[in-house]
Write a protein that binds this ligand. Structure first.
Ligand SMILES: NC(=O)c1ccc[n+]([C@@H]2O[C@H](COP(=O)([O-])OP(=O)(O)OC[C@H]3O[C@@H](n4cnc5c(N)ncnc54)[C@H](O)[C@@H]3O)[C@@H](O)[C@H]2O)c1
Ligand SMILES: CC(C)(O)[C@@H](O)C(=O)O
Ligand SMILES: [Mg+2]
Ligand SMILES: [Mg+2]
Length: 357
């Protein structure tokens, strides 16, 4: 563990220095890591583990698009790609990476294969923290732990390929073998995490549900949409409204925040922008803080988890969800976004580039 000072608060975290890959390989020697589900996290985690020299197999239902994708990614049926049941049987570490709703449905099957000494691994606290709603109560003689990458499985793989890493949280819920901590840290390093910080299942699910509903997805879409609409209503073109709302943020300013922080980004804009942004950050803070308080309370009360379970269990859930996602896709702002992205020089058709030569 490395003791790091985070703005005056010291935390113990795990980095690749304390837990190098060769240690992870040693800890996982003799284990069969079974990745159950090949949706978003499944591919990222299984491919990173495989490339890190860990013995991995994939369990996915067939026929499905995810099965076909696994084959395209190099997993071989009967060698390291199996039906879910067979992977559950073969695995000593079961990485339960079905969607959170499907985890509830498949739980009786998974439970059957959790013999003494195996590890049940999650990437979200949901199933276990809300066991009263999900029915997921693991047997006492298995290890139960999580590694939750703080980002999409797509980024987990992309960053790994680029030699970088996505940070993850980890938690041990149940240590039946006395080896749960080493096993979960080895998996955390193996899936390609940057640094790992410790949490609990309930803290992970509470912060994760807040973050994705808040600044990571829900709040940012609401904020983008509000500003875009105000600009459009006042006669600004879609191009101007989109560039001033989204494109400049993602292409110019957010990468600067990622590199060196908001303070540094402020310092690299004009004094005019600095004055205005310093004046206006407070009204935005005051307007949104009560919304974040309300969101956190809703998560903490289990309302958000229940809503997610209820909506996912409706027979027409996929169609309803698709309709809402289509509305987002077809909104003027995101249509404008597609046009703007197509105009990025790196996306211009090659024929145009040839003309330039
Ligand atoms: N999506 C992310 O990037 C992300 C990030 C961090 C944590 N997580 C967590 O990781 C876990 C996996 O999430 P995901 O987004 O990768 O899942 P997903 O929604 O992509 O689904 C994964 C797999 O579940 C399979 N599946 C769905 N319903 C099924 C059923 N009834 N029977 C059998 N298989 C079924 C699908 O075929 C798919 O391969 C979840 O706990 C999630 O909260 C996800
Ligand atoms: C990628 C996210 C939003 O961080 C994850 O939490 C998810 O549920 O997909
Ligand atoms: Mg989440
Ligand atoms: Mg998340």
């Amino acid at each position: 563990m490395a003791l790091i000072n985070f703005g005056g608060v010291e935390e113990n975290v795990v980095t690749r220095d304390e837990f190098p890959l060769n240690k992870a390989q040693e800890v996982l020697n003799g284990e069969t890591v079974a990745i159950i589900g090949y949706g978003v996290q499944g591919p990222g985690q299984s491919l990173n583990l495989r490339d890190n020299g860990i013995n991995v197999i994939v369990g996915q239902r067939q026929p499905s698009r995810s099965w076909d994708r696994a084959v395209e990614d190099g997993w071989e049926p009967g060698v390291n790609l199996f039906s879910i049941e067979e992977a559950l049987e073969r695995g000593t570490i079961i990485c339960y990476l079905l969607s959170d709703a499907a985890q509830i449905q498949l739980w009786p099957t998974v439970k059957k294969h959790l013999t003494a000494g195996k590890m049940l691994y999650f990437s979200h606290g949901f199933g276990v923290a809300y066991s009263d709603k999900t029915g997921i109560v693991p047997p006492a003689d298995v290890d139960v732990a999580l590694v939750a990458p703080k980002g999409s499985g797509t980024s987990l793989r992309r960053l790994f390929v680029e030699g970088k890493g996505l940070n993850s949280s980890f938690a041990v819920h149940q240590d039946a073998t006395g080896k749960a901590r080493d096993r979960i840290l080895a998996l955390g390093i193996g899936v390609g995490s940057g640094y790992l910080f410790e949490t609990t299942f309930i803290k992970e699910v509470t912060s994760d549900l807040t973050g994705e509903r808040g600044t990571l997805m829900g709040a940012i879409q609401g904020l983008f949409q509000a500003q875009y609409e105000v600009l459009r209503a006042n006669g600004h073109s879609p191009s101007e409204a989109f560039n001033e709302t989204v494109e400049e943020a993602t292409q110019s300013l957010y990468p600067l925040i990622a590199e060196n922080g908001m303070d540094w980004m402020y310092a690299n804009c004009s004094t005019t922008a600095q004055r205005g942004a310093l004046d206006w950050k407070d009204p935005f803070y005051e307007a949104t803080k009560p919304v974040f308080e309300k969101l956190y309370a809703s998560v903490k009360a289990g309302i958000e988890a229940q809503k997610s379970i209820d909506s996912n269990s409706q027979s027409d859930y996929r169609e309803k969800l698709q309709k809402e996602l289509d509305e987002l896709h077809n909104s003027e702002m995101w249509q404008a976004g597609r046009a703007v992205r197509a105009l990025r020089p790196e996306n211009a058709p090659s024929v145009k580039k040839e003309e330039l030569v």
